[in-house]
Design a protein around this ligand. Structure first.
Ligand SMILES: Cc1ncc(COP(=O)(O)O)c(C=O)c1O
Length: 485
């Protein structure tokens, strides 16, 4: 099919043919990507070169059939299914989730209100109840799905702002004579501080608390931090904790933060976008002890719950907070303006039209179950620990911090290379490794130092892959060290 007219695009037989072709292409892709074949993890091309590749006027695109286009897309994307994809916190999604999402994509309900996606709201409600029980929330808990952890954190902080304001902030806007503040870990995801600014609290409202040697929030400094803010005229309303942090995968001490928030009547927000897969793990659940006291919690299903993205849940211990967050009037959508209509989701999110996220999350939980998800989390966290050990025992390599989750930060730092050259060297190593297509990994900066960073998301990555990664990093490191001036 070079181009398609509207008259035949809905032809069921044509769709069946293209659909079967697509599944065949994707199944071949899965076979190649998961089999440690020669397929590059990422066939890196410079951005401008790829723009020309997709130029409508490029002769190669003139008669490009749909299946050719799909193959071209696959060739020019990063391959999460490859066991040597160890980069960002993106997941090779479980196939039942993918199939559910293919279905919801075709049905294309814009789940703002119940009538525009009844099954999605019903599925969403059940997944919310399921997750609330796992956390240990009571019957009053409620939540809502949203597109991504950044939007989830925004929803949580808006709820905090609404609940903790001493005036009608929704109508009056932020009053600069009564500034409020949010205590955030210096290791929090940037969406926390960005969102504090987005909701009008201003840069001053973001009160960063130092981290300890694990890169966890120094909870011993909470009292002093709040007092100092008070001396500057800022009333602290919320503490936002990490479960776990993005850079190093470290868990803040939620029990201590919860106790502090309770004593000081503060909103307790937990950004668990990455690390709340541990709710399914008997072995690692202890890392989030105290989570049940949180006022708002964010969980990305599209990270450690192996769900196609974006798919995020925001949960509130007291579900009423979810209904107060957005006091929006939209007469054409909502028939009544009172009552907690859980089924009209747009009342409680930033978004109006929303994908059928509940159906996809439901499929993942139903067709894999808590035990499988828990085993997956255990295996990735255990693997990260072994990888950390292997780095410690390899000459010329350094580990930033003992891994607590599936995130590991390390660098090539052999003797004889000046400390001020190490950042450039590790940047160059990363670039060489990803351009070789052998692995995809990322980097992070901690206290001015560049570290190579892996998030072990792929269930097929094993010790032999990571052993090979160490060898690859050392090989490029050795070659590149000589090029540094
Ligand atoms: C701890 C944490 N919070 C929030 C986010 C943002 O999530 P999203 O990319 O789904 O917007 C991330 C993303 O990496 C994260 O690691």
């Amino acid at each position: 099919m070079a181009t398609s007219s509207l008259s035949n695009t809905y032809d069921s037989e044509e769709f069946r043919r293209h659909g079967h072709e697509l599944i065949d292409i994707l199944a071949d892709y899965l076979r190649d990507a998961t089999s440690r074949s020669d397929m590059p993890v990422l066939d890196y091309r410079e951005p401008d070169e790829l723009v020309s590749e997709f130029d409508f006027d490029n002769p190669a695109n003139r008669n490009l059939p749909l299946d050719g286009f799909i193959r071209k897309v696959i060739a020019n994307m990063n391959h999460m299914h490859h066991p040597r994809f160890v980069g960002h916190q993106n997941t090779p999604p479980l196939t039942a989730g993918v199939i559910a999402q293919m279905c919801t994509t075709l049905l294309n309900n814009g789940v703002a209100v119940y009538e525009m996606g009844p099954a999605s709201m019903a599925a969403e409600r059940n997944v919310i109840r399921y997750m609330a029980r796992l956390i240990g929330f009571g019957a009053d808990a409620d939540g809502i799905f949203t597109h991504g952890g950044s939007a989830g954190n925004l929803t949580g902080l808006l709820a905090a702002r609404q609940a903790m304001s001493e005036y009608n902030i929704w109508e009056e806007g932020v009053r600069h004579d009564r500034p409020v503040g949010i205590i955030v870990s210096d290791q929090s995801h940037y969406s926390i501080s960005r969102n504090a600014k987005v909701i009008g609290l201003g840069g001053r409202s973001v009160i960063r608390i130092p981290y300890d040697s694990r890169y966890a929030m120094s909870t011993g400094l909470l009292q002093e931090t709040m007092q100092k803010a008070g001396e500057q005229g800022i009333r602290v309303i919320c503490v936002a904790a990490n479960a776990c942090s993005t850079s190093t995968g470290t868990y803040d001490n939620l029990e201590e933060i919860a106790a502090f928030c309770r004593e000081n009547r503060l909103w307790f927000h937990v950004d668990g976008a990455h690390g709340l897969g541990v709710l399914f793990s008997d072995k690692y659940r202890h890392l989030v002890r105290g989570l049940e006291h949180a006022d708002s919690v964010v969980i990305d299903f599209h990270k450690m719950l192996l769900t196609p993205g974006l798919n995020t849940m925001v949960l509130f211990r007291d579900g009423r907070r979810s209904y107060e967050t957005f006091a929006q009037k939209a007469g054409y959508l909502f028939e009544k303006h009172d009552g907690n209509e859980w089924y009209n989701g747009a009342r409680r999110t930033l978004e109006c039209t929303k994908s059928a996220l509940g159906i996809v999350a439901w499929a993942v939980i139903k067709y894999y179950g808590g035990e499988t998800l828990g085993n997956y989390v255990d295996s990735r966290y255990d693997l990260a620990k072994r990888f950390g050990e292997a780095i410690l025992h390899t000459g010329g390599m350094e580990l930033a911090v003992t891994p607590e989750s599936n995130i590991v930060c390390f660098r090539y730092a052999p003797e004889g290379i000046a400390a001020d050259k190490l950042n450039d060297l590790n940047r160059l190593i990363r670039k060489a490794v990803i351009q070789s297509g052998e692995f995809y990994l990322v980097q992070t900066e901690l206290e001015g130092n560049i570290w190579l960073r892996t998030a072990l998301m792929n269930a097929m990555t094993d010790d032999s892959d990571l052993e090979r990664l160490i060898g690859t990093v050392k090989r490029y490191g050795g070659e590149l060290a000589g090029t540094l001036t």
